[in-house]
Design a protein around this ligand. Structure first.
Ligand SMILES: Cc1cc2nc3c(=O)[nH]c(=O)nc-3n(C[C@H](O)[C@H](O)[C@H](O)COP(=O)(O)OP(=O)(O)OC[C@H]3O[C@@H](n4cnc5c(N)ncnc54)[C@H](O)[C@@H]3O)c2cc1C
Length: 454
């Protein structure tokens, strides 16, 4: 390794864009998860693809690990460094083109997802993936974790919306995968390969994203139940009748309690809440919901009220921090996915497993696409138990035809779980294939070393 990496980086990007002081670097040692990395040698903040290329070439030739970072909101330790250098993408903050005729937008990788959506709103359009962290999460980071969000019930996750990418490969080569077209049939889909790759294959500098007209929100329904056990039936019934909602979220009692004081009071005997937003056929949705015997069913038509309820749902993870018994407790968030019809039995097993562990949990999620978040309240002495519970809940999902990660990725936290999932399905060959792909892109393993499959 070269002696003065920071000095060499400064020659490429300018001294003001290389951080080396302890107080400047320390914020990069963590992401939004509980996992702490190792202090990097430096944080470099390039301003264009050519600088990214030169930085990668330098690191590649000198075998210096590079940890790419967008908003740093990963919940699996995916963006924490383990030494090496951190490459922050936050100067890639420009929206370059909006093309409504061809339904795409071109943006740099460091643009925040929420900012992109506020921009598109002026045109009556949206970029559908909308993680609850959209105020901080970047386009590049969300592509690398295949982020989902509260619009996932109808619009799916990020992978449905990426048309093309400008990518800098680990050796510094700049290339483009995909194009501005709405479809392609050109062999192996290298654009798709980058989605969910967690910064292990290349650095995304620019993205061509598909956009959609903002849907009209006809109504929001708040359905309160005395048990979460009907959830699978509700989503199954709506799907069966072709009534796919724009948004379908659920909250359990602890989660409802966390937002109770902010505008969603709930009946005393309510144990679960379903939030459904429809863009059409609201009468049929209302009828279907009534058939599932909620203890109370509220209809909201006012835009401000709908926005407020959605804001509460998006802020739920932060609100849960107020439910801690003491400030030392952490709230560790899990993320699994099962086919929607398996939701009720999956949640049931999760509660039973958590009960045996003695840890308090709160469960909420994007129920429309079968995504369940298990939030574990863990004191400093409970960390091992919490990790065990995360493993167990991951395998509960797998046993119900689900996956150990829905939208948060693998990072450091779920490496073991991914292997368990492969083993359960007797798909160990998948790990070998992934390792070979990594080796083709990054034979020296400089990008996000130690994550995902390493
Ligand atoms: C309060 C809260 C709520 C959340 N809600 C959701 C949610 O609803 N849905 C959801 O899907 N996730 C959610 N998340 C998780 C997280 O926000 C997402 O994973 C998000 O997509 C990460 O974006 P980021 O820019 O912060 O990426 P980072 O955390 O910076 O990085 C994530 C991964 O992407 C890589 N990376 C980042 N930028 C690039 C690039 N330009 N090129 C190559 N690799 C890159 C990193 O190396 C890392 O592996 C939530 C997190 C928090 C804290």
């Amino acid at each position: 390794m070269i002696m003065d990496i920071a000095g060499e980086l400064a020659k490429i990007v300018g001294r003001e864009y290389v951080l080396t002081k302890y107080e400047d670097i320390v914020p990069y040692v963590k992401d939004a998860s509980y996992i702490e990395g190792e202090k990097p040698i430096a944080v470099v903040i390039p301003g264009n693809a050519s600088e990214v290329s030169k930085v990668l070439k330098l690191c590649y030739e000198n075998n210096v690990p590079v940890y790419v970072r967008g908003g740093g909101t990963s919940l699996t330790g995916s963006s924490v460094p383990e030494g090496g250098i951190v490459m922050s993408m936050l100067r890639f903050d420009r929206i370059l083109e909006v093309n409504l005729k061809d339904r795409y937008v071109i943006v740099e990788a460091g643009v925040r997802v929420g900012e992109l959506n506020s921009y598109l709103e002026k045109y009556g359009y949206m970029y559908p993936p909308d993680p609850a962290s959209d105020i901080a999460a970047t386009v590049g980071g969300s592509i690398n974790t295949n982020a989902g969000g509260v619009r996932g019930a109808r619009y799916g996750a990020t992978k449905e919306w990426v048309l093309g990418l400008e990518v800098v490969l680990p050796d510094g080569t700049i290339t483009q995968f995909g194009e501005k077209t709405l479809k392609r049939s050109e062999g192996y889909d290298l654009t798709a390969l980058m989605i969910g790759s967690e910064g292990t294959l290349g650095v995304i500098t620019k993205a061509i994203l598909k956009i959609a007209p903002l849907p009209k929100r006809e109504a929001m329904f708040l359905a309160f139940y005395d048990s979460y056990k009907r959830f699978g039936d509700v989503i199954g019934t709506l799907n069966e009748r072709g009534l796919i909602p724009l948004t379908a979220e659920f909250l359990d009692e602890v989660s409802m309690n966390a937002v109770k004081g902010y505008g969603i009071p709930y009946p005393d005997n309510a144990k679960a809440l379903l939030i459904i937003i429809t863009s059409e056929e609201s009468e049929q949705v209302l009828k279907a919901l009534n058939e599932t015997s909620p203890i109370e069913l509220r209809t909201i038509k006012d835009k401000k009220e709908m926005d407020n309820a959605l804001k509460l749902r998006k802020g739920l993870y932060s609100s849960l921090l107020l439910e801690r018994e003491n400030p030392e407790q952490r709230v560790i968030i899990g993320d699994i996915v099962v086919p929607p019809s398996k939701i009720s039995e999956t949640i049931d097993e999760i509660y039973n497993t958590a009960k045996s562990s003695g840890l308090k949990i709160a469960v909420f999620g994007h129920i429309g696409d079968g995504n369940v978040h298990i939030n574990i309240f863990a004191g400093p002495n409970d960390l091992d138990k919490a990790k065990e519970l995360l493993l167990e809940t991951g395998m509960i999902a797998v046993k119900h035809d689900g996956c150990v990660s829905a939208e948060h990725g693998i990072g450091l936290e779920k490496k073991e779980l991914l292997l368990k999932e492969f083993a359960y399905r007797n798909n160990q060959i998948n790990l070998e294939l992934m390792k070979k792909i990594k080796n083709v892109f990054d034979p020296k393993k400089i990008l996000n070393r130690g994550k995902l499959i390493e």
